[in-house]
Structure formats: structure tokens, C-alpha cells
Design a protein around this ligand. Structure first.
Ligand code: NCD
Length: 306
């Protein structure tokens, strides 16, 4: 039985197959419409979510399966003091697969160790968000044609943004990837990523503060929200929240085929006037999130559709 805690849990070949499957699902949805009949997905969300939870639910429903779960810690027995280990042992009796989001780093991993069903990390604190990364990889591969040879700008809250951490881990395995890390001094990537991931693997990267300086050379700009819920005090958040706003003027400095991605939710960091630009791909990205989660559910449940 396999779980998904980090994008690195899949080899590059396995990821290729998963993305191929997601593309096939996109083109032939009918072929998969009954593939999970009789199967149940539990969504255990101890932290707010719109896209991740609903796209998981839509994915399972599209496959002909059903869903159950909770969408906040308050409405689960966590509020009575139950541990994730106990909760997952019980969920294992009710469902065939579980997607779990938790504010504590490592909670889905702890759950997976006691689980009798595959557990998917749907975001653990400021740590990782592997299914967003699968979504990002599918979007990039589908719209750019390849996952190699790209100069990737990551902009915003690189310290607490778990989507960025997982995406860096995933992309370093493809040839000729270069990162431009754009953030205020206080929100730079954690040092373990800089030292143990980027430097240790000899990945080319630059750290910058001004988006205008970075944007002309990028093939891809991944914007992120300042992660308010991970700040120790509100004043720091208020000072940093509008540090970056991608406007039409800034986008004018970019390549004609640069992609703008964002895991969403957006707060202020992309001006709504950018939404109509053909380079803005964040709503298409959310759509890819359903196909890739369908592919993931089939893969972890070891269901093969001929
Ligand atoms: C992200 C998350 O939860 O980390 N959202 C998502 O799953 N699409 C990004 C964010 O909340 O900023």
C-alpha cells in the first residue's frame, strides 16, 4: 500500500505515467466514469480549503465513487482531543482512501503510519503540499510542453508557502531547471531548502527582492499569497502582505509566452486586470487539479482502466 506525503514519493517515471493518465482522463473522461464505483474517499480537513477538498471530492465523484469527511477540526473529534492516529484507524473502517490536511507539519505522515488505507497529504502546515505540485506539474507540462529547460520564478511567501517547497523538490529532478526566488528578506525560502536541496544538488538559483528585475528572463512565474495563518504577529503580516502585486505594467516586461501560475486563493498579489491576459493560467491550473487527483486516486487504489 502506498501513501503520498511528498512529490518525491514518486519517481520521475512514475510521475510521467501519472501525468499521462491525467491527460488521458482529460481527453476521455467517459472511459473513467465508473472506475471507482463502490469506493469511498474520506476528506479529513483540519484546516480551511476550497480547491483542494472540493477538487478531491469532484475527482472521486467523476470516477463514480463517493465521498465522506469533515471540513474543519471543530466539526471532528479533534475538538474533543482525539489524535490523528486514532482518527485514521477509524476512518480506515469507513473509507478506501483518505486525503488529509492539517496545520501541523508531519500530521498526515503520523496518520499514514497507523492507516490501513492510502493517505494523501493535502497540505501539512508550512511543510509540503504534494497534490498541488502534481497539479502544477500537469499544468506546466500541458501548457509548456515540457518540464525541463525552464527558468522558474517563485514569488511571494517562500518561507511559509508549502506549495513552493513541494514544487522546488519536484522540479529539481528535471534537466536544466533554474530558479529565481523573489521574496522580501523576511520571507526567503527556509535554509534547509537552500542548503540541502538547491545547493546540495547543484541547482542554479538566484534570490531577488524586486519582481521587475526578475520578470524579463522567466518562462514561468509562480505567484503565492502571504500565508497569514502562519505569522506570529499580525503587524508583520500587514507590513508584508502587499509587497508584490502583479499588474499589467509588470507583465508587460515579461516574455510573450511566460506562464503565470498561482495555487490560489489569491488575495492582492495578482491584480484582476491580469486575469484576461493569455499568459494567466491560474484558473486553468485549478481545472488540471481535478484530472491529476483523479489520476492519483486511481494510482493509489491500483485501479487500471483499459
Ligand atoms: C494553497 C495551500 O493551501 O497551501 N492552496 C491550495 O491548496 N490551492 C496555497 C495557499 O493557501 O496560499
Amino acid at each position: 500500500m502506498r501513501h503520498l506525503m511528498s512529490p518525491l514519493d514518486f519517481s520521475v517515471d512514475e510521475l510521467d505515467r501519472l501525468l499521462d493518465l491525467a491527460n488521458d482522463i482529460e481527453t476521455h473522461p467517459q472511459k473513467y466514469a465508473h472506475s471507482c464505483e463502490g469506493k469511498k474517499l474520506a476528506t479529513c480537513f483540519y484546516e480551511p480549503s476550497t480547491r483542494t477538498r472540493l477538487s478531491f471530492e469532484a475527482a472521486m465523484l467523476n470516477l463514480g465513487g463517493s465521498v465522506l469527511g469533515f471540513s474543519s477540526a471543530d466539526s471532528s473529534s479533534a475538538s474533543k482531543g482525539e489524535s490523528v492516529s486514532d482518527t485514521i484507524r477509524v476512518i480506515s473502517c469507513y473509507a478506501d482512501i483518505c486525503a488529509m490536511r492539517h496545520p501541523k507539519e508531519g500530521a498526515p505522515l503520523v496518520a499514514s503510519q497507523k492507516s490501513r488505507i492510502p493517505v494523501i497529504n493535502a497540505g501539512d502546515g508550512g511543510h509540503e503540499h504534494p497534490t498541488q505540485t502534481l497539479t502544477d506539474l500537469l499544468t506546466i507540462r500541458s501548457l509548456k510542453g515540457s518540464l525541463s529547460g525552464l527558468t522558474v520564478g517563485l514569488c511571494g511567501d517562500l518561507k511559509f508557502g508549502r506549495t513552493v517547497h513541494s514544487l522546488i523538490n519536484a522540479l529539481i529532478r528535471y534537466p536544466d531547471i533554474r530558479f529565481v526566488l523573489i521574496s522580501p528578506e523576511e520571507l526567503r525560502i527556509p535554509s534547509y531548502l537552500r542548503e540541502d536541496v538547491l545547493k546540495a544538488n547543484h541547482i542554479s538559483f538566484a534570490e531577488m527582492e524586486r519582481l521587475e528585475d526578475a520578470i524579463p528572463e522567466l518562462d514561468l512565474l509562480y505567484m503565492t499569497r502571504v500565508q497569514r495563518e502562519r505569522f506570529f504577529n499580525e503587524e508583520d503580516y500587514i507590513r508584508l502582505k502587499d509587497f508584490y502585486i502583479l499588474t499589467k505594467e509588470k507583465l508587460d516586461l515579461a516574455k510573450k509566452d511566460m506562464l503565470v501560475l498561482h495555487p490560489l486563493p489569491r488575495v492582492n498579489e495578482i491584480s484582476v486586470e491580469v486575469d484576461d491576459d493569455p499568459r494567466a493560467a491560474y484558473f486553468r491550473q485549478a481545472q488540471y487539479g481535478v484530472y491529476v487527483r483523479m489520476a492519483l486516486i486511481l494510482t493509489l487504489l491500483e485501479i487500471h482502466v483499459a
